[in-house]
Design a protein around this ligand. Structure first.
Ligand code: GUN
Length: 282
């Protein structure tokens, strides 16, 4: 069984990005800039935002985190985004989700200039991805797809089962797998016989947020299993995959933590570099 070391692969990607940022600096006399916005005090979001800021700096980008109280007015946030849209020093804008209930997530996402949408959540990017055109690709599915490619170069014709249909993970993941010529089954918490669906899979992407849902006897021998879940339980952080059982049958498996998580931030940095390059070439 191959244990897919997301921590190491993400560190390699950041090393490549560091080199690229340095070359861009020589060429353009400026570097990509990432602005992350956090509204409120969600503990997990606070950690994510701190790490995004830290790693962006580490690869040599300009990086800024704007932190606002939970009672921030929606209009103030939208005005700030408009300001960042016009700021030439800002290549990428990310508003950390979830947002407080009184703020309309859709309005926020649609206010971000799609050319600075490093999350790939703007309808323009979602549409472009599903039509197979150039777009920002959501960071977690992009990270999963890079991990998959590390263990299997040619995904053509493989049967992939995606568990979860969220806009952040399941849906864009499906698009990426289709692009690689996989046959994709999208499943979710209401799917009737999830075990039977999973048993047919050459590739399983578990992104449903149910602790240790995917059991050892759900997995075909040799299948590649990517675990997107980060679930807090009494025994600590676990994924959507029962790691010990599944590691006995899978051909390759990502651990939690140390699998998909580190790739998400590395892909965010990569998306920021891509947004920067597009604005510089215009
Ligand atoms: N919250 C959890 N994951 C993400 C993500 O990929 N992007 C944003 N903006 N918020 C998140």
């Amino acid at each position: 069984m191959i244990l897919i070391d997301g921590k190491k692969i993400a560190a390699e990607l950041r090393e490549e990005l560091k080199k690229e940022v340095s070359e861009l600096k020589t060429k353009h006399n400026t570097v990509p800039g990432l602005t992350v916005i956090l509204v409120g005090e969600d503990p997990a979001s606070k950690i994510y935002v701190k790490n995004k800021e830290k790693f962006a700096k580490e690869v040599g980008m300009n990086s800024e985190a704007l932190r606002y109280p939970a009672d921030l007015e929606e209009k103030t946030l939208l005005n700030k985004i408009e300001e960042l849209n016009k700021d030439n020093n800002v290549s990428g804008i990310l508003v950390q989700l979830p947002l407080p209930k009184h703020i309309d997530k859709r309005k926020v996402i649609e206010t971000i200039d799609h050319r600075k949408d490093v999350d790939g959540f703007h309808p323009m990017n979602v549409g472009n991805l599903s039509s197979g055109y150039d777009s920002s690709i959501p960071c977690t599915p992009l990270g999963c797809s890079l991990l998959l490619k590390k263990v299997e170069k040619n995904l053509s014709g493989k049967h992939a089962v995606v568990i979860g249909r969220s806009n952040l993970n399941g849906k864009p993941m499906t698009q990426l797998l289709l692009k690689e010529n996989c046959t994709v089954t999208i499943t979710h918490s209401k799917t009737k016989d999830l075990k039977a669906e999973c048993l047919r899979a050459d590739i399983i992407i578990a992104a449903v947020g149910i602790p240790e849902l995917v059991k050892g006897d759900w997995v075909k021998k040799g299948a590649i299993v990517i675990d997107v879940g980060i679930n807090k339980t009494e025994k600590g952080i676990v994924g959507d995959v029962a790691f010990d059982e599944v590691s006995k049958v899978a051909g390759a498996l990502t651990p939690v933590p140390g699998g998909v998580g580190p790739m998400t931030i590395a892909c965010l940095l990569s998306n920021t570099v891509e947004c920067f390059k597009k604005t510089q070439s215009k």
